[in-house]
Design a protein around this ligand. Structure first.
Ligand SMILES: [Zn+2]
Length: 150
């Protein structure tokens, strides 16, 4: 899924649970669960040559910036008081960060191969943007509604 989806999910669980022993494994598990749901993201089309690496890097960076902006908007800037939010977001995004060197630079340290293979086993991309974005927009709506209503 998009960084917005993974980042908001990790931050949301951290905001709710406030204890890394609880939210770190849940944020990590949520990443694999979300990637298992058919979706569209910035890496879609990269493996079959429909998107260039440079385009994916640029779009992925912009999208990650939007994700960080959304987290900032909902929960505020990183401080000692709310480090849970940003740690949760980081953990929610971690599998994609670990995969980024392989996807964007064609460089994969050997210690990451099994982790990235595990991650790839969950991934279900769909080329149709509408079908691939609907579950994510629903997810964003639920997280935003639950967060703002508190
Ligand atoms: Zn992923």
């Amino acid at each position: 899924m998009l960084s917005i989806s993974h980042g908001l999910t990790g931050a949301f669980f951290a905001a709710q649970l406030q204890d890394p022993i609880l939210y770190v494994p849940i944020a990590l598990f949520s990443h694999y669960l979300e990637d298992w749901i058919p979706h569209w993201d910035m890496g879609t089309g990269l493996s079959d040559g429909k998107r260039t690496r440079s385009a994916a890097i640029i779009l992925g960076s912009i999208e990650l910036s939007i994700a960080l902006g959304a987290i900032f908007f909902l929960w505020g800037s990183p401080t000692l008081a709310n480090y849970h939010i940003w740690l949760g977001a980081f953990i929610g995004l971690l599998p994609d960060f670990l995969e980024a060197p392989r996807n964007f630079l064609h460089w994969e340290p050997s210690f990451l191969k099994s982790i990235n293979k595990f991650h790839a086993g969950f991934h279900h991309s769909v080329p149709n943007k509408v079908l691939g974005l609907v579950p994510q927009v629903l997810l964003w709506g639920i997280i935003i509604a639950l967060t703002i209503s508190k």
